[in-house]
Design a protein around this ligand. Structure first.
Ligand code: AMP
Ligand code: TRP
Length: 344
């Protein structure tokens, strides 16, 4: 192993994805595709975070099928369960146990600042579950339970990782011995690539989201070639041709979004994409985008369908993953309990 590879192995990645609703292009470009690249060089742990999913009411049968679907998507996208740990969060009970301890470290004021809670709870705050409010505390326990050093996510999760850092340093101040080094390492967010925030195809100012009522707003990983084509054809645009410079893209959210998606899918800078298409209209650009999106997503949905035919294989992968995750989590939680003063 080269020195830089050895260095990378000291780094440990954790990330999660919720088994709710429709997995979409934003999840793929903002998260899953980066995980696939990172697993080669980093010790990686990826979780299907079902405990997070129930912070909003879920139908039990739907939760189960979404969990299989997300597992299939991760594997179909190229995560190798022999290299990386893949498991569903509720199978490792230590997540919930550490979350309780962190509930007693995290301050209400910190949670009151979380923008995702405000968005998800909306006007009906009083009716939101306590779980939805405490969601970021559980996320901190996911990360810190494995002493992860890096957390690859889309841009929307940055604030939650900052909270995990606050919880880690608060825990260190409260419980690490004065002469010892800090117990928790502060995890770093890894917000990678051109598409850290993929926007809705119907409104360039809104994030592409699993829960948007309009299916035309997002490209699902399970969409057929025809559906992808139809959604991109119908995607909102503006009447101007594509510009030459980034400055001219300001105040053109829909154009920026489609160009960002194109750049990300083709692994090139937005400047390069602009140089390819400047002066052209959307009627020229959209067919190229359709071609690229279909070329990337079709093999993934094909592989997903194959995996979902026999869920036994996914069951085995998740069970194996949970066993390996527990091996790391158990001793760390034991140390935490010792530091807090519990008799263990
Ligand atoms: P979630 O859909 O909330 O479970 O998110 C799973 C992962 O996908 C997280 O890393 C998110 O940051 C990322 N993600 C979700 N929506 C988007 C989006 N529209 N653009 C980029 N990344 C996203
Ligand atoms: N909150 C994340 C999301 O909705 C999912 C998540 C849960 C997560 N636990 C995590 C992401 C730990 C990274 C690390 O996207």
């Amino acid at each position: 192993m080269t020195n830089s590879k050895l260095e990378n192995y000291k780094k440990r990645i954790f990330s999660g994805i919720q088994p709710t609703g429709n997995l979409h292009l934003g999840n793929y470009l903002g998260a899953i595709r980066n995980w696939v690249n990172l697993q080669k060089d980093f010790f990686s742990i990826f979780s299907i975070v079902d405990l997070h999913a129930i912070t909003i009411p879920q139908k039990p049968s739907q939760l189960k099928s979404s969990t299989y679907e997300v597992a299939a998507a991760i594997i179909a996208s190229g995560i190798d369960p022999k290299k990386a740990i893949v498991f569903n969060q509720s199978s490792v009970k230590e997540h919930a146990e550490l979350a309780w301890i962190f509930n007693c470290v995290c301050k209400i004021g910190w949670l009151n600042r979380m923008t995702q809670f405000k968005e998800k709870a909306g006007k009906n705050r009083e009716k939101a579950s306590v779980g939805l409010y405490g969601y970021p505390v559980l996320m901190a326990s996911d990360i810190l339970l494995y002493k992860a050093t890096h957390v690859p996510v889309g841009d929307d999760q940055k604030q939650h990782i900052e909270l995990a850092r606050d919880i880690a340093s608060s825990f260190n101040n409260m419980f690490s011995g004065k002469n010892e080094k800090d117990f928790f390492i502060l995890p770093e967010p890894q917000i990678l690539g051109q598409a850290t925030r993929v926007m809705s195809l119907r409104d360039g100012k809104k994030k592409m989201s699993k829960s948007d009522i309009s299916d035309l707003s997002r490209i699902n990983l399970t969409d057929t070639k025809e559906e992808i084509s139809n959604k991109i054809k119908k995607a909102k645009t503006d009447p101007l041709p594509l510009p030459t410079s980034l400055e001219e893209l300001e105040n053109r959210p829909e154009a920026s979004n489609l160009l960002n998606i194109y750049s990300s899918l083709s692994n090139q800078s937005i400047e390069f994409t602009l140089s390819q298409f400047s002066g052209k209209g959307f009627s020229f650009f959209k067919p190229k985008l359709i071609e690229l999106a279909v070329e990337t997503l079709n093999p993934i949905s094909f592989e997903m369908r194959k995996l979902l035919k026999d869920t036994n294989e996914i069951d085995n992968i998740l069970k194996n993953g949970a066993d390996k995750a527990r091996e790391i989590a158990e001793p760390i939680l034991k140390d935490v309990k010792y530091l807090v003063g519990f008799i263990i």
